[in-house]
Design a binder for this molecule. Structure first.
Ligand code: FES
Length: 106
């Protein structure tokens, strides 16, 4: 499935992501900058925060309980479409998924 990451400077990165990978892992594997993923996908760092495009937000769904608390601690503004990229698993239905990378993720 294709995942499109939009960097904070407006640059787009289109990645061919394997079904079953997370949105975080696909970014790291393909060298997409801005998704730091300090904790390696354990849902404990919030440096993989992304804003899911409005169009895909209903398919991706809301954050899980563990994510909820972390999103409140994320460095960048929390929006209604905020998710942690390590908690989004890529499926065929998510082909074309577009996520925005917030400007600061230390
Ligand atoms: Fe750390 Fe997602 S990689 S919370």
């Amino acid at each position: 499935s294709k995942v499109i990451y939009i960097g904070s400077a407006g640059r787009e990165y289109a990645v061919d992501a394997a079904v079953g990978d997370t949105v975080m892992a696909a970014a790291v594997k393909n060298g997409v900058p801005g998704i730091v993923a300090e904790c390696g996908g354990n849902c404990s760092c919030a440096t993989c925060h992304v804003w899911v495009s409005e169009e895909f937000a209903p398919i991706v769904g809301p954050p899980n309980d563990m994510e909820e608390d972390l999103l409140d601690m994320a460095v960048s503004e929390r929006r209604s479409t905020s998710r942690l990229a390590c908690q989004i698993r890529i499926t065929k239905a998510l082909d074309g998924l577009t996520v925005e990378i917030p400007p600061e993720q230390p």
